[in-house]
Design a protein around this ligand. Structure first.
Ligand SMILES: Nc1ncnc2c1ncn2[C@@H]1O[C@H](COP(=O)(O)OP(=O)(O)OP(=O)(O)O)[C@@H](O)[C@H]1O
Ligand SMILES: [Mg+2]
Length: 365
């Protein structure tokens, strides 16, 4: 399905460093000068899930295939980007193509690394970027509102709905607030999403701290945490520099390094999971001797559409889904045990798949 998180922020705050750590490559050039990145870097990242390993162990699966998410490392935005400053408009288009934003905020002091505004202040940085997104949205809405007038006069129902939503968004933006603060009914959701407003995308703040503060955070990341809580946005504390080093190590070495730093798990794992939650994504599993595999769905997906993630034919010819909850699968020592204990359910077309379900689809072709 390809859910995409855009890595966004001011220039030189550690976006590409973070991207390289996430994708375990050096695909993105990361260096100490602003606007190092121009063309976006795109990479797929495995979503860590210890349940998958547990299932594979029980079923003695030969292969383990995690589900994946896409990250896009986007060029740095600066004040005035919405007016074309620093290549602004092109970068804004890159953001438009993502489902959510990982907003990297510089929370490390290192005087050797240039800050484009000459001071380290992540809360002000967050405002700078948000303001640019808000202005860009206002301009695009004002244009679109002009263009839609004729359709509205002609009585086009969809256009009337769009116009109403555009006006609601504009009203919010004119108060300096992001479009994500507009309350949207279920009936309007589809049209709303089609507006593709930059400031309506869910945001996860990534506090990029000094190497020795990865476990504890610092005064700056605490300020971001307070801001995030007030806005109802999520945040994670990470040291991109450390994560990049960890990502180069193999499993055992990485664990040793993590415990030396006082970390229970790599910050990247926390970040990926937070992104997954932000996008309202869930995981179901298919488990057999050949492979144990995780699949991504949106929360609330019905069984046939969940089957469609594997293959279109599974959805078209859907008959039923043999379903075992993750806990039951583990407690009963696998599929056979769960079946004997009466824990395997036959679920039909109206079943809403739950996070952790182990599914086996039956279908006609
Ligand atoms: N946590 C950190 N502590 C110290 N230095 C860091 C940290 N994270 C990144 N850096 C350094 O900051 C510099 C800029 O990093 P990077 O190139 O990843 O930024 P960027 O946000 O992608 O910049 P641009 O917008 O110009 O593409 C690099 O020298 C990198 O090593
Ligand atoms: Mg970069």
């Amino acid at each position: 399905m390809g859910f995409r998180m855009g890595i966004v922020g001011l220039p030189n705050v550690g976006k590409s460093t973070l991207f390289n750590a996430l994708t375990r490559t050096a695909a993105a050039q990361a260096a100490n000068f602003p606007f190092c990145t121009i063309e976006p870097n795109v990479g797929e990242v495995a979503v860590p899930d210890s349940r998958l390993d547990t299932l594979a162990k029980i079923a003695k699966s030969q292969n383990i295939i995690p589900t994946r998410m896409t990250f896009v490392d986007i060029a740095g935005l600066v004040k005035g980007a919405s007016k074309g400053e620093g290549l602004g408009n092109q970068f804004l288009a890159n953001i438009r193509e993502t489902d959510a934003i990982a907003h990297v905020l510089r929370c490390f002091e290192d005087e050797d690394v240039t800050h484009v505004d000459g001071r380290v202040d992540p809360v002000a940085d967050a405002e700078t970027i948000e303001t640019e997104l808000i202005i860009a949205d206002m301009e695009s809405l004002e244009k679109r509102l002009q263009n839609i007038v004729r359709k509205v006069r002609g009585g086009d129902k969809e256009a009337v709905q769009q116009e109403r939503l555009m006006k609601a968004a504009l009203e919010m933006l004119e108060q300096g607030k992001p479009a994500r603060m507009v309350e949207v009914d279920d009936d309007d959701r589809k049209q709303w999403n089609m507006l593709q407003l930059l400031s309506s995308k869910p945001v996860l703040y990534v506090c990029n701290v000094d190497e020795d503060e990865a476990a504890t955070g610092n005064a700056l990341s605490e300020k971001v945490a307070a801001m995030a809580a007030e806005q109802g946005n999520a945040h994670v504390v990470i040291s991109a520099k450390i994560e990049e080093e960890i990502s180069q190590l193999d499993g055992e070495e990485a664990e040793m390094f993590l415990s030396e730093l006082g970390l229970e798990e790599a910050g990247l794992d926390r970040l990926i999971r937070a992104g997954y939650e932000l996008l309202h994504l869930e995981t179901y599993f298919t488990v057999g001797p050949k492979e144990a595999r995780a699949w991504t769905i949106r929360t609330g997906t019905l069984a046939p559409q969940a089957a469609g993630v594997i293959h279109g034919d599974f959805e078209k010819g859907f008959i039923r889904a043999e379903t075992i909850a993750y806990e039951d699968f583990v407690a009963q020592g696998g599929e056979q045990g769960a079946k004997e204990a009466g824990k395997m359910r036959a679920e039909g077309k109206t079943y809403t798949v739950k996070d952790g379900d182990v599914l086996h689809f039956l279908f006609n072709t």
